[in-house]
Design a protein around this ligand. Structure first.
Ligand SMILES: *Cc1c(COP(=O)(O)O)cnc(C)c1O
Length: 434
């Protein structure tokens, strides 16, 4: 460190006195990788700068939302204009209607959406709605998928199908997770067994189609096909959690990626967040009309929010969706992400490091494993110490990736070819030292 004072460390020490662990979301604390979290002062395009004035090429993009890069002029202008008209009214606005219309245009599997403020809230509300609409209690989720921190979703697999899940957090009573069945991702046989045992009691099956919370693991085509068929057969709702994938892996989200190979494929319900807020607190969930009309004020399923559909957040989200809807946007973004992934693979191969990587649209993941994992136990075989070496090697060289092995990465439209070459060069130097 060339600075006499480490401002990041000073801020972290101060933060730890007043905020648990010094952070407002656990992964930011660098607990997995060690070292001092960087306190970010400002960001522009594909970069951000920490409290020491050090610049980083940013591959987390606020964990997905910043698909245009930071400070994109059309988005900044839309937010500035919206702020002048008022921060929040607690009454409806035209922009909420526009954003709902825009989302439905891009993801035609839904007829209606409700706007909320976080992915957690959207997933939690989607489950309540699925339970209310079906009159059933049980739900299926998959090991390694994250759907926010609602109580019923903080669950790991029990010892067998008959035992249901165990809470992964203190403060979640066993009664609250007793209806959550946790299955292995991409395991068709286990899925079939679960439906045979409990099919008529299952309200919904929730899945991250391209799981970004175990780095990057795709649900296989046969697996998604079977999820769809079994939900239809047993009258359960298939819920795609596209909080990360939506408007990120393709304009139409992961559902459009799967529909390329499964013609006519649609989930019954979609949960969204991240990109639709463009970096502001905004999320949503949607479904067909008959399901959505079960929500209050029309139906008996209660759901509400003081800041839902916030006028500044909707301005930010709308401006972001407009930019990414422009012709060629996703072709360019996908090509950039692919060139990063190919470059990293080549660098690892040149240095003899076991490495595998995958990407879709502006989302990527890599593993220090010779083959791409298919489920959470396989992801767990990654060597945490080696990942931490890679993380810190990149960080020292001005490249910021997620500070945990279980997280996907994100490329924005603002990343240049030079940024990508610099990243690949930094990775190669780091691989050499490993
Ligand atoms: C980020 C994320 C969530 C939670 O969203 P928050 O806005 O952090 O509450 C839910 N599901 C998936 C797939 C996510 O990536």
């Amino acid at each position: 460190m060339t600075h006499t004072t480490d401002h990041n460390q000073a801020l972290f020490d101060r933060a730890k006195r007043v905020i648990p662990g010094g952070v407002n979301s656990p992964v930011r604390a660098f607990k997995a990788v060690g070292g001092t979290p960087r306190f970010i002062e400002r960001a522009q395009g594909p970069y951000f700068w920490d409290a020491n004035g050090q610049r980083y090429i940013d591959y987390i993009g606020s964990w997905g939302p910043m698909i245009l890069g930071h400070g994109y002029p059309a988005v900044v202008e839309a937010v500035q204009e919206a702020v002048l008209d008022g921060f929040s009214f607690g009454a409806p606005t035209e922009r909420e209607v526009q954003l709902a219309e825009e989302i439905l245009r891009l993801m035609p599997s839904m007829d209606m959406v409700r706007l909320v403020s976080s992915g957690t809230e959207a997933a939690m509300s989607a489950i309540r709605l699925a339970r209310g609409a079906t009159g059933r209690s049980k739900l299926i989720k998959f090991e390694g998928c994250y759907h926010g921190h609602a109580d019923a979703l903080l669950v790991k697999a029990g010892s067998g199908l008959a035992t249901f899940g165990n809470a992964t957090s203190a403060g979640v009573p066993p009664e609250v997770v007793q209806h959550t069945l946790v299955l292995e991702y991409n395991n068709v046989a286990q899925l079939e067994e679960a439906f045979t045992l409990y099919g008529k009691e299952i309200a919904c099956l929730m899945i991250e189609p391209i799981a970004g919370n175990m780095n990057f693991v795709r649900a296989s085509i046969p697996f998604v096909k079977r999820c769809r068929e079994l939900c239809t057969e047993y009258g359960a709702l298939l819920v795609f959690d596209e909080v990360m994938n939506g408007f990120r892996v393709a304009l139409g989200g992961a559902q459009s990626v799967y529909a390329r190979q499964l013609p006519g494929f649609e989930p019954d319900m979609t949960v969204m967040g991240k990109v639709i807020g463009g970096g502001m607190p905004l999320a949503a969930f949607g479904a067909k009309r008959a399901v959505m009309e079960r929500l209050a004020p029309l139906g008996a399923v209660y759901q509400a929010g003081t800041l839902s559909g916030n006028p500044v957040a909707t301005a930010c989200g709308l401006a972001t969706l407009r930019e990414i809807s422009k012709p060629g946007f996703f072709d360019d973004l996908s090509a950039k992400t692919l060139s990063l992934v190919d470059g990293l693979k080549a660098a690892a191969a040149a240095e003899g490091v076991a490495f595998s990587a995958d990407c879709e649209g502006g989302m990527f993941g890599f593993f220090l494993l010779s083959e791409l994992p298919q489920n959470y136990p396989q992801v767990m075989k990654s060597d945490g110490k080696r990942f931490n070496q890679l993380f810190h090697g990149l960080l020292e060289r001005g490249v910021y990736i997620a500070p945990a092995l279980y997280e996907a990465g994100f490329v924005s439209a603002a990343h240049t070819d030079e940024d990508i070459s610099a990243t690949v060069a930094a990775a190669r130097e780091t691989f050499k030292s490993m």
